[in-house]
Design a protein around this ligand. Structure first.
Ligand code: GDG
Length: 741
């Protein structure tokens, strides 16, 4: 952290579905009750400067969120406490039903938690989702100032980052996703337009965070499949910016839970529970939700009771279920299943003096929650799918006495961090029953050993470290953007280059062909250089050295430029025609004998992808799919092919895979546009060097040329070149400045 440059001023704008406080109106007026949830305290730590982040926020935190109050009700009410200033979003009931209850909780929630059969794919839901995201945007657009940092949260607001980005291109935007991001096989169940909108929406952010690496990988795969964009080390490159996608496992306020252990009310509650309940206490608390594996847990506990009679009357299982979404039919059904199952198990095994399961459907105050955490011998957390799961972390943090056993589902994001828990598969009742027995019989020393290891990890990466981590990444991407800032050639730059040119004695130009000397066209055969460009190059070539370096084959270059007095380089440096010699020579570094094995793989993918074809050049092989019938399918095949080639190609084969625009090309690594360009400089003393190109392969050239060279990227893709130029027409303008006046 010490190396981070000076802190930046600006405000923090949080956008989440809910506001950070409840607005209660009564005869006395309006009161605000601040939530004590994890996000609120994490965000507060940032604002109060208790975190050493690179941002130093000024003013209160601005918080944009939905309120169920009407606009009239809040007229004139000051929605502000000492920490937050709220900007309410008003969504009318019917829209909110389709948006929040509908798209969010009746589609995205079940689908992303791997319950596709519960997901309702309803067109009105999607429209409402778009409309509601727009309402959030409308509510905030007038408050955004130039240095403000915006942090958008969760699956209710996936389209918002891009809505903001379109009008505020330079504000930093973060997006954090609190639920699992599913594998592509699940994600693709969404209609194409919906998944496009979701991916485009999220990618409006600079940093996109998930709880685990798996979710990161799934998201990156969705990005690849939906917009055809890969990533490098979790950086997705878009037209003129980059997006960092990474894992930030959310955590808890460790100290708050750990300190609670000695709070008098908590001590009292703990002692009462230990007195009143049986010898051993098992505890669980979750919101009512099918993702939380409540029935799986009951089945596991029942199996335990069935198999271990010696534990009867000695154990109490306290199962708290917090009311949630119980207007939705599936939730009502689930609640009634739970009620029945608990009733059945208690009736079957209970005695007058022993009720195996103490089940309550309500929420608990913090002291009662931490009292239960600290009174319990076992916490039984069995979600069938959970983004993270904070309950298990809170249980561990509360155990200042360093005993207690955590049983945790492998399906919770938290399982990746809490390996010392007894990890179970929630669908396997026997696994749960065995873990319960093991937990109840676990010696105290072993409990302490496991607990200490987990506590250390949570102490070190608490919720404040989490926010800090996220904001450090936000800051780093800002630096990365600064580094890659698109610096377009100005009129003054062009004048300066012109003057330098006039004064120089020995000058050389390197030009890429497609996209630089000619515009990109659909059929590559039609990319014929105009007479105007040719005459400009011919004129330059009278005075200066001109090299055209292309990935094209020699025949094509010969056809379009062969009559000019210039050097030509084909196939990325494999074939060279020096103007003096007038004949094509194979680069001596090229070694043949590799094509056969690669060709058979490419041919296989032609069969697997109707419309694709293989182009065999003298020194490379290219698999083109721009002519494929089904582009989406072809893109998938292209990715598969690239992956298979990467696995097949061994380092000693010295082969490189270039993933170009609708083409996958395999060539030797021995040369590239960079090595080729620098070979023209050997033994020469050029005092003016200018290189232009639009392709990713031109980056080798920009990187390899000396620092004194003018390197110009055509287009707005991120580049190593020093300057950018808008398009091929601007290239013409620049070339015109070198004309003899
Ligand atoms: C979503 C993701 C991810 C619960 N009952 C009471 C109570 N709680 C508190 C717990 C805990 C929180 O609610 C529940 O958090 P979880 O993480 O377990 O689950 P979700 O609500 O589903 O949250 C989840 C999370 O977002 C954060 O990113 O971990 O995977 O699904 O803090 O303590 N608190 C009190 N009384 C209760 O009765 N005081």
């Amino acid at each position: 952290m010490e190396n981070l440059p000076s802190r930046k001023k600006g405000r923090l704008i949080i956008v989440a579905y809910r506001l950070p406080f409840k607005i209660v109106r009564d005869e006395q007026g309006t009161s605000l009750f601040q939530n004590s949830g994890g996000l609120v305290s994490a965000v507060l730590s940032l604002a109060q400067g208790s975190q050493n982040t690179s941002y130093d926020f000024e003013e209160k935190i601005q918080w944009v969120g939905y309120t169920d109050n009407t606009r009239e009700e809040l007229e004139g009410v000051k929605l502000e406490n000492e920490n937050f200033k709220a900007h309410p979003v008003f969504i009318d009931q019917q829209l909110n039903d389709n948006y929040y209850e509908g798209f969010c909780n009746d589609l995205i929630w079940p689908l992303f938690h791997y319950f596709p059969s519960l997901a309702k794919f309803n067109k009105e839901y999607f429209e409402a989702y778009q409309e509601a995201n727009l309402l959030f945007y409308e509510a905030m657009k007038d408050i955004i100032q130039p240095d403000d940092v915006i942090w958008v949260h969760d699956y209710q607001l996936m389209m918002l980052p891009d809505l903001i980005r379109q009008t505020f291109p330079t504000n930093k935007i973060g997006f954090f996703f609190h639920i699992p991001f599913p594998s592509y096989e699940i994600f693709r169940l969404l209609p194409t337009i919906w998944r496009d909108a979701i991916i485009d929406g999220i990618l409006g952010a600079d940093v996109v965070g998930f709880h685990t690496n798996d979710f990161v990988e799934y998201f990156l795969k969705a990005v690849r499949m939906v917009i055809g964009q890969g990533n490098r080390m979790h950086y997705v490159t878009l037209n003129n910016r980059i997006v960092k996608v990474d894992a930030f496992p959310i955590s808890i306020d460790y100290k708050k839970f750990n300190d609670a252990y000695d709070h008098p009310e908590v001590v009292q509650y703990r002692e009462n529970m230990r007195k009143e309940l049986k010898e051993k206490i098992i505890f669980s608390v979750d919101r009512l939700d099918y993702s939380k594996g409540l029935l799986n847990r009951l089945n596991g506990f029942e199996r335990f009771l069935e198999q271990h009679k010696d534990w009867h009357e000695r154990v109490s299982f306290v199962m708290m279920v917090v009311p949630s979404r119980d207007q939705i039919e599936q939730y009502q059904q689930m609640k009634s299943d739970i009620d029945q199952t608990v009733g059945r198990i208690n009736a079957k095994y209970g005695k007058i003096n022993w009720q195996p399961i103490l089940y309550q459907y309500r929420s608990m105050p913090f002291e009662e929650l931490t009292g239960m955490y600290s009174a319990s011998d076992v916490a039984l957390i069995t979600p069938v799918r959970d983004g993270m799961n904070l309950v298990c972390k809170e249980y561990v943090a509360t155990r200042r006495d360093r005993v207690g056993v955590l049983i945790l589902s492998e399906m919770a994001g938290a399982a990746a961090e809490l390996g010392e828990a007894l990890i179970i598969n929630p669908t396997d009742s026997q696994d749960i029953a065995d873990a319960i027995l093991k937990a109840l019989e676990m010696p105290t020393e072993e409990q302490t050993k496991r607990m200490e290891a987990m506590q250390q990890r949570l102490r070190e990466y608490d919720v404040f470290a989490w926010t800090n981590d996220f904001f450090t990444q936000m800051h780093m991407i800002e630096q990365e953007h600064d580094r890659l800032r698109l610096d377009y050639l100005t009129d003054k730059d062009i004048k300066d280059i012109g003057q330098k040119y006039q004064h120089a004695k020995n000058r050389i130009f390197f030009f890429d062909y497609d996209g630089t000397l000619v515009p990109i066209v659909r059929d590559p055969h039609d990319a014929i250089v105009t007479d105007e460009v040719k005459s400009l190059i011919a004129e330059l070539a009278q005075r200066d050295t001109v090299v055209v370096i292309s990935g094209r084959d020699q025949m094509f270059l010969e056809k379009v430029l062969g009559d000019l007095p210039i050097h030509l380089v084909a196939e990325h440096g494999a074939l060279i025609k020096m103007k003096e010699k007038g004949e094509w020579v194979l680069n001596p570094a090229y070694q043949d004998g590799w094509k056969e094995s690669i060709r058979s793989i490419l041919d296989l993918y032609v069969k697997r992808c109707p419309g694709a074809f293989v182009e065999e050049k003298q020194t490379s092989l290219a698999w083109h799919y721009r002519t494929a019938e089904d582009q989406e399918y072809a893109l998938r095949r292209a990715q598969e092919l690239a992956w298979q080639l990467k696995n097949f190609i061994q380092p000693d084969m010295s082969l490189q895979i270039i993933e170009g625009n609708m083409v996958i090309e395999v060539k030797k690594t021995a040369f590239n546009k960079g090595t080729s360009a620098t070979s023209f400089l050997d033994g020469q003393s050029y005092d003016f060097i200018l290189a232009m190109g639009d392709d990713t392969t031109d980056e080798d050239m920009f990187e390899a040329l000396p620092d004194t060279a003018y390197t110009v990227k055509v287009g707005d893709a991120l580049s190593m070149a020093k300057k950018h130029i808008k398009n091929q027409y601007a290239v013409m303008e620049l070339l015109n400045t070198f004309k003899e006046k």
